[in-house]
Design a protein around this ligand. Structure first.
Ligand SMILES: [Zn+2]
Length: 298
């Protein structure tokens, strides 16, 4: 049983510019997220609307055959003006502030957790926090190009924290229609692919949006597959998984997923995760999945 966490600091939601690739300061320590037995998942497909073809208005002479008739699909679920919150996992200053990020917090669902963690890194030393920050910025630009309002849970890659419950508070307070928490895993070198996590034991806070969160997860999974990313070969099923010990999901009152985009200890994944082209591709998949979900919600 859990109550709402107390928060000492709420980060501002001011967006930042979105075109540069961050430099990779190597952290001194790493931590990995724990894993548990995957439960079975059901899958469903998502739908996308297509653009209406241009109308032809010219009068054809009687001898010209009529062009084939097409019926434009009605515009469903305009996305402009909707709010999406992006949570880039970890932060570049975490490794130098153990006293802050190692503070114990209520993790929800009966778990005790720490404020935040350093994250993992590739075998070449490219850190997870730089990956999540880069993808978040590309994703933000992709969404804003559709008129979507984006709220970020951190505004730089050289700060400390915020603690995970404070990130959730930022997301919740924004009233976001969807929340995307971006991470990368550190596992055995042969493990590859992404998995999308939802709350496996919804809390009093997260339960009202449990179904929407699951729909968001499926939409993101489908879009990532469509973008060419393989589903995880070591966790979850068909790219979907549930966990009950993730603070950021336990304290979320919005439709929310956490994605482990790949395994930074796998050479193929790491090459995608540490290059701008790969990071743009992750963002494109996340944007497509988020937009498809928003449209499906009307
Ligand atoms: Zn992480």
């Amino acid at each position: 049983m859990s109550s709402a966490p107390t928060s000492s600091a709420t980060p501002s939601a001011t967006p930042t510019s979105s075109s540069s690739t961050p430099p990779p300061p190597p952290p001194t320590t790493t931590s990995e997220e724990t894993t548990e037995e995957p439960p079975p998942e059901t899958t469903e497909s998502s739908e996308e609307t297509s653009e209406a073809p241009p109308e032809t208005t010219t009068q054809a002479p009687p001898t010209t055959p009529a062009p084939p008739k097409t019926t434009p699909k009605p515009a469903t679920g305009a996305v402009a003006g909707k709010v999406v919150a992006i949570d880039p996992g970890h932060n570049g200053g975490n490794s130098s502030a153990p006293d802050i990020i190692n503070q114990e917090i209520d993790g929800g669902n009966g778990f005790t957790n720490v404020c935040n963690t350093v994250g993992t890194e590739s075998t070449d030393g490219y850190p997870e926090h730089a990956f999540t920050w880069a993808v978040a910025k590309y994703l933000k630009a992709d969404l804003e190009a559709q008129g979507i309002k984006v709220v970020m849970t951190r505004n730089s890659d050289d700060g400390v924290g915020p603690c995970t419950p404070d990130r959730a508070k930022t997301e919740n307070d924004s009233g976001a229609a969807a929340v995307i928490s971006i991470h990368g895993d550190g596992a055995d070198s042969g493990d590859r692919g992404f998995h999308v996590i939802t709350n496996g034991d919804p809390t009093e806070i997260s339960a009202p949006e449990a179904d929407a969160s699951q729909a968001l997860a499926v939409s993101i999974r489908d879009a990532m597959v469509n973008e060419g990313f393989p589903t995880s070969n070591w966790l979850g099923e068909n790219g979907l998984w549930t966990r009950d010990d993730l603070t950021g999901l336990n304290f979320s009152s919005r439709p929310k997923i956490l994605i482990e985009c790949g395994n930074m200890k796998n050479a193929t994944d790491a090459n995608l995760m540490s290059t701008a082209d790969g990071q743009r591709q992750y963002a494109a998949g996340l944007a497509a999945g988020t937009i498809a979900f928003l449209k499906s919600q009307g």
